[in-house]
Design a protein. Structure first.
Length: 60
């Protein structure tokens, strides 16, 4: 669980850095970077939550 929290904090920092970089430079590649990080973080979250759900179901 500690690893998931660390990954979550790093994802939040990466998304925030991309958005702040966009606000300073108006370069859209930073928004694309933030969107890509968000998309892959959501996919990772869905996989982890589904594995946790399957673990609960199989234990019962």
């Amino acid at each position: 669980m500690l690893l998931l929290r660390i990954v979550g904090v790093l994802v939040a920092i990466a998304i925030g850095a991309g958005i702040i970089s966009f606000l300073f430079t108006r370069d859209r590649r930073y928004l694309r970077f933030s969107w890509a990080v968000t998309k892959y973080a959501l996919i990772f979250l869905a996989v982890v939550l589904s594995l946790m759900f399957l673990e609960r179901v199989l234990v019962l």
